[in-house]
Design a protein around this ligand. Sequence first.
Ligand code: GTP
Ligand code: MG
Length: 445
Amino acid sequence: MQRVLLRTLGSILLGFGCVWLLLMGYLAMTPQRRDPYLEILPRVEEDFFEGNVNGAVNILHSDGSPSVQYTQMVRVMSSSVDTLHEYLTAKLNLINRLIEKDEDKTSIQGHLYDVLREGREQLSHMVTGMKKLQESDGFHTWRQKTSRDLGALVQRRLQFLQNPEDCAKAKKIVCTLDKECGFGCQMHHLVYCLATAYETERTLILNSKGWRYASDGWETVFRPLSNTCTDDSGSSRAKWGGTNHRNDTQVIDLPILDIVKPLPRSLPLAVPEDILRDLRLVHGNPAVWWVGQLARYLFRLQPKTRNYISGAARKLNFHGIVVGVHIRRTDKITTKEATRHELDEYMSFVEDYQQMTQFSRPAHLPRVYLATDDPDVVAEARRKYPQYRFLNDLSTSKSASEETRYSEASLLGIIMDTYFLSRTNFLVCTFSSQACIRINADTSH
Ligand SMILES: Nc1nc2c(ncn2[C@@H]2O[C@H](COP(=O)(O)OP(=O)(O)OP(=O)(O)O)[C@@H](O)[C@H]2O)c(=O)[nH]1
Ligand SMILES: [Mg+2]
């Protein structure tokens, strides 16, 4: 019952969040003033959470009855959702009437700003309340442990698959790292190869000599996919044909996803059936978690890559609460592959995050890890947003230019950016770049 309520509250909050974000797009700065409609908004007051913010709320008394604190919290959350709904309806109707009457633009903007400010503040309180309620069900530790255990299980299985005792007899599936695209896209290619290897219970052999990012191959920066079996030879060999992986053919060559026929069963959103039940209990998007686990196995760093990242972490002072922003420019925009989004659009999400979390983390201006292939974006960010601290290694952004992108230095740069972005508390990026999608999968476990 309480979970149904939480889920319902979550959907309502999300709905309001969307309305509020839509409104954001239309506004320019106007002076602040008191909103008379505020009277109808009861607050999820700060002192209500006092003493609870760092500790879990008790749901039950020892006699099995619900605690007063928990019951009140549910009621306040529920009524603040209702009243926020009433407030938004009243204000939006008012704004609509003002527009119909052709009222002065400044007055309309004033009301829109009220909605934004109040909506944002109220939502930030409600998000904190929601988090407390979610944590209070007592399963937090269980979820964390189960998630860790499932991750370890999958990694053990991949280790087993990738390290056969006798490589000369092992069934293999071969992938080549020669897809003509960037790092993000190539990593998706590898994830698809490893998922297919898992599905077919074959060891994945990676041919990466002559890789466009590092001619010596994968192991220049990442650990080998196997300690016992990296040789693609075998007694019989065939191209992927959909069923031949089930027979005795020892080596199967897997083409790139764009031309593979028939499609492997393991393509997203597939998840191994035997872990799905538990996974659903600990993760909202099992398919993303699963891809994250495959990526985790693939992207085990060589010690020198690890040292490079540790050095950068010290230099950039990467710690604490950090918001990640990935801004893809250069060829993505010049070839009109995707729409250009201005820095301000990204930063408005950073500001929202800061506003939404300020209640649970008072007076904390987040630092922003800014990854981009355009150094001008970094200069613009520092000029326009002096109140934020931007973490960025300019030489990395410079090396991501189209001229120098396919080099070892640039490779270390994109690995470092992916690594740091995956460790941020909140990520702003566009799904028109596979670099961003890659990071999302990495973040999810
Ligand atoms: N260091 C660094 N390099 C970047 C960044 N953004 C893009 N790049 C470089 O540009 C390449 C972009 O190619 P992909 O990884 O395929 O991603 P995409 O071109 O955005 O997306 P698709 O073309 O749809 O696959 C990356 O692999 C990097 O080499 C960034 O933020 N940091
Ligand atoms: Mg590309």
